[in-house]
Design a protein around this ligand. Structure first.
Ligand SMILES: [Zn+2]
Length: 329
């Protein structure tokens, strides 16, 4: 679903600066109106009966369908559902999150917004991270490099005995569009349990358009790519004078950037079960890195936030993210 037929425009669809932001979102009503335009760019559609007609409006932002009479709100069913945090704070968080080039830690957000607890800040961030996964994304195409890499992440929330923090090694598969003559296009990431065929092939199929030229190392796990409709370019290093980091420069560079980001912004401290959300955030940022306007990034994040299901802190913590969910972008 395209939210807009025309691309969004600064000053008209999103504020350009923090000062403009303050002008735009001075009240809860202003925030509600803004989110309503994002959620229903062509006008209100009843979430119950799908009737597209302007609703009756009652107090406290309630929208009443003219056809079925059911009440709804702009925020129902989105990441802002049933929140006790003012929308102005939510939007400020989105602004802060998208305006920091490298992203923010929960502690940073807590300080800037004066949020009561670390947990509140963390949950806000996590809901936004979930919104960074776009449900219908176009797959990568052209020349795509695919490789796996180990990430070392430290779990400081649940320290190992004797107060030592626990470091886990997690395997991640990476795909990056390699542009010619130089540069990178979009990326995809996923956590995988091992580097076997059953782990890597579903990722390739979900992330890359058939017909693309897929460049991998010599691993046998990728041997079926040709029969699955991909052009397969194998970089075999055995006896070659070209080292791996040269022949697969794209994925190696990407893995290095990801590791640096986890260490820099998040101090390498990520609970393993939450790594997927961090990968989502990294992909969102990377794939929009050339976006000329931070305001546009804010707009894109909110656009996705109003169509993303809410998740409580308990659900987030209980959720064990296994296979399949993990991609972003
Ligand atoms: Zn209705």
């Amino acid at each position: 679903m395209d939210a807009h037929i025309l691309p969004p425009v600064a000053d008209q669809d999103y504020p350009r600066t923090w000062n403009e932001f303050l002008d735009w979102f001075g009240s809860e009503e202003a925030c509600l109106t803004y989110l309503e335009k994002l959620r229903w760019p062509r006008g209100f559609v009843c979430p119950v009966c799908a009737m597209a007609e302007p609703p009756y409006r009652s107090s406290r932002g309630r929208l009443i369908c003219r056809a079925c009479g059911r009440q709804s709100t702009v925020t129902a069913g989105t990441i802002f559902d049933k929140t006790r945090t003012p929308l102005r704070v939510w939007l400020a968080a989105a602004w802060y999150l998208t305006n920091q080039k490298q992203g923010v830690s929960a502690l940073g957000l807590q300080r800037v917004l004066g949020l009561g607890s670390y947990q509140t800040a963390w949950t806000r961030l996590h809901r936004y991270r979930r919104a960074m996964v776009r449900p219908s994304r176009e797959r990568l195409k052209g020349l795509v490099e695919v490789d796996e890499s180990y990430l070392a992440i430290t779990d400081r929330q649940s320290p190992a005995p004797r107060g030592k923090s626990q470091t886990n090694k997690v395997l991640v598969i990476l795909a990056v569009e390699v542009l010619e003559p130089r540069g990178f296009g979009r990326i995809r990431l996923r956590r995988i349990p091992d580097d076997s065929e059953v782990s890597v092939i579903p990722f390739v199929q979900a992330s890359i358009l058939p017909g693309a030229r897929v460049r991998t190392d010599g691993s046998a796990a990728y041997r079926t790519l040709k029969t699955l409709g991909f052009e397969h370019e194998r970089q075999v290093h055995l006896g070659s004078s070209v080292p791996a980091h040269v022949s697969m420069a794209g994925v190696h560079r990407l893995a290095a950037l990801l590791k640096r980001w986890l260490l820099g912004t998040h101090h390498g401290s990520v609970q393993p079960e939450h790594l997927d959300a961090y990968l989502d955030e990294f992909v969102f940022r990377f794939n929009r890195r050339t976006s000329s306007s931070r305001g546009l990034l804010f707009y894109r994040l909110l656009e996705q936030a109003v169509v993303t299901d809410p998740l409580t802190y308990e659900q987030v913590v209980q959720k064990t993210t296994g296979q399949g969910r993990i991609q972003a972008g």
